[in-house]
Design a protein around this ligand. Sequence first.
Ligand code: BGC
Length: 715
Amino acid sequence: MKLIKLLLKILILTMVGCTSNKSIDTNREQDIDNLISSMTLKEKMNLLHASGSFQSGGIERLGIEGLIMSDGPHGIRHENGNDYVKDSIDTDSVTYLPTGITLSSTWNKELGEEFGKVLGAEAKARGKDIILGPGVNIIRSPLCGRNFEYLSEDPHLSAKMGVGYIKGVQSQGVSACVKHYVANNQEVNRGTVNVNVDEQTLREIYLPAFKAAIEEANAYSIMGAYNRFRSEFCSHNDYLVNEILRKEMGFDGLMISDWGAVHDTKQALENGTDIEMGTDLKMDIIDYNKFYLADSAIAMVENGLIDEALVDDKVRRILKLVFKIRDFKRTEEAKTNLPQHQQVALQVAEEGIVLLKNEEILPLRKASIKKILVVGDNATRKHAEEGGSSQVKALYEVTPLQGLNNYLGDDVSIDYAQGYIPTLENKANEQLILEALNKAELADVVIYVGGWIHNIGDMWKGKAYDCEAGDKANIDLLFGQQELINRLAEVNGNLVVTIVGGSNVSMSGWMDNAKAILHAWYPGMEGGTALSNILFGEVCPSGKLPMTFADSHEEYPAHVIGEFPGENDEVTYNEGILVGYRYFDTKHIEPVFPFGFGLSYTTFSFQDLQLNKNQDNIRLNFILENTGSIDGAEVVQVYVHKKDTKVNRATKELKAFDKIKLTANSKQQVNMQIPISDLQYFSNESNRWELEPGEYEILVGNSSRDIFLKGTIAL
Ligand code: BGC
C-alpha cells in the first residue's frame, strides 16, 4: 500500500515538474497552477486551516507539508504537542531576546535587523517556516497587557524598527508574520470588541507599521487581529484585507488569522483569510474539519455559493510561501544559541535600558564601594517563560542580581533582600520591608529592582499585568513597592531604582527620593549583565523612551475621553491622531518623561542646521558633537511642525531618527532626509493624502521636548 502511494506521488510530482525535495522555483507560477489543478477541493481546503497548534495542513499525496509556525516576537517558543502543553524535551531552549519595546528603545535600526536575524536563524534551526512577529500594534494606553511585545506609541518608530526586524528574519529564509492587523490595542475583550477609528487616524497612526512591513520589508505574512474593526472581524474584514492590504498595498503574501479569530466561513473565504489558525482548547479531540475554512467551506463551494477560484487564490499564495521558504538556500547551517546571538541580546539590552534620572550617582565606581544591597523581587525573577504566547524557554537568563554578582565578583560584597512579594492581595509585607531596611542601613548603595511582572498564577483568569488576555487596572506600583522605596530612601540616600516592565509606572509618589532611575523593560537573557554594565559605566546608556511616561493612565488621551477599553464591546478612538506625545505636546500637558527621552553619561551638542530640498526630499545636515569625556551614542530625532496649519494635525510628528555613536570629544556631520510625501496628512474630506502648502518647521533634538535646532522650509 505504502509503495503504491509512493509511486503515485512520484508520478504526480514528475507530471508537474517537481519533487517534494527539489521544490518549485518561486517564479514558476505555471508549476504552482499545475499543482493546484491536480488537487481535489478537499486537498485544497486542507491547506487553509490548522492541522496542529502551530501547523497548517498539508497534502501528503503531493508531498506538500503544512507550514510550521512559532511564536513569538522575542524568541522561538518551546516545542509543544497539539494541545499547547510544553513537550518535556531539552533541545528547545533558545536565545531569549529583549522584548519588542526594549528593541525600539534602542532606536537603532541596524540592531533591529540583527535582532531579526537571530530570530530567523533560530526559527530555521528549529524547523519553523513562520515566526509570529513582530507585534507592531500602537501603544495607545500604558495599560495594554501586551505593550511589552509592541514597539511604540509612534507610527514612524514602529515602522522603522519593524522593517529592520522583518528584513532580518526573512534574510534567514523564514517568514515574519506581522501582527496584529489592526487596531488590537487592548487585551480586555480583544476577541469581541468593535473598534471604530476614523480614516485619518487609521491611516496616520495605526496602519503605517503594516504598510512599511509590506512595502519596505516585503513581509511574507500578516496576522489578522482578534477584534472587530468597523463591525467586521479583522481576519476577514473586506475593507482592511481586500481593499487596503491587497488592492492598495499590493500585498500578495499570506493573511493568517490569529488563533481562533475566524468567525464566519463566507467572510473568511471572500475577505482574504488564507489560513485559519487556532485550537479550541475546550475540545478533547480537536476536529480541524470543523474549522470555518474546512468542511463548511467545501460545502459552500460545492453548492455554488462560493467560486472555487477564491480557494485557488489562497492556495496559490500558500504554495508561493511554501516554496519560497523551502527553496531558500543557506550559506551556513542555522543554529540556536550561538554566542553571537547572546551578544545581540546583550547589545539590545544595553542600548535599550533607559536612564531617566541621575543625580550624580551613576556610574557607580567599583573602587569606592564596599557593600551593595540589592532589593526587589525583580532582581532575582526570571521572566522568559511568562507573558502568554510570547513565552520563551531561555537557555539561561541572567537576572539583575546575578549580573551584579558576575560583574563584581569578590571585589564588593553584595547582599540581597526581596523587599516585597508579588501576591494577588497586592499589599506590602512589613517583615520583608524591615529586613530590607536593616540591611540598607549598612550598605554604601542600594540598588532596587522592581516594577511589573508578566503574570501571577493563571493569566487566563485575569491574574496578569504585562501579559496577554488582560490589561492593567492602573500604573501604580504593586505589592507595596512605593512604600518600600520611600522607606529605603529614608535609611539610605544612595538609592538607585530600576523598573522592569512593559510600560511605565506612576512615579510622583517616590521619584524625588531616588537618586537615579532606570527603566529596563524586559531586557532578555542578558538583562542582568546589561544592567550592571550600565550601572558601573562599562556601557554609556543610550536608550530613549518609545512612549510617553505620564504619572497616571488617566492622563493618556484614550482614558481622558473615556474610551479604554470601551463599553458594551464598542470602543471609539475619539482621541483621533492625538496618541502619545502627539497629544501631550499638542495640548501642552507636561509628562513625567517625554517621548524620545533618555539620559547619557556624556553630553552632546547639536549645531549648524542646514536645510535644503529637492523634488522629493527635505535634506538636513548638522553637526553633532560628543562634548563629554566618555564615548557614547545619541539618538538624533527630527520632528516636523506645520506652521499655521488649517487641518487636524499634531503640533509635532517624528519623521526621521538615527543613532550616532561618537567617541569622547569628537564631532560628526549628520545627514538625514525626509521624503516630502511623509509630510502629507490624510484628509477625511477628500479621503486621500494631501500636502498642505506653507511653512514647515524642522525640529532637531533628543526628545519630543528637547529640541536644539530649528529651521523652516516652505513647500
Ligand atoms: C496571540 C498571537 C499568537 C497566537 C499563537 C494568540 O493568542 O494573540 O499573538 O501568535 O496566539 O500563539
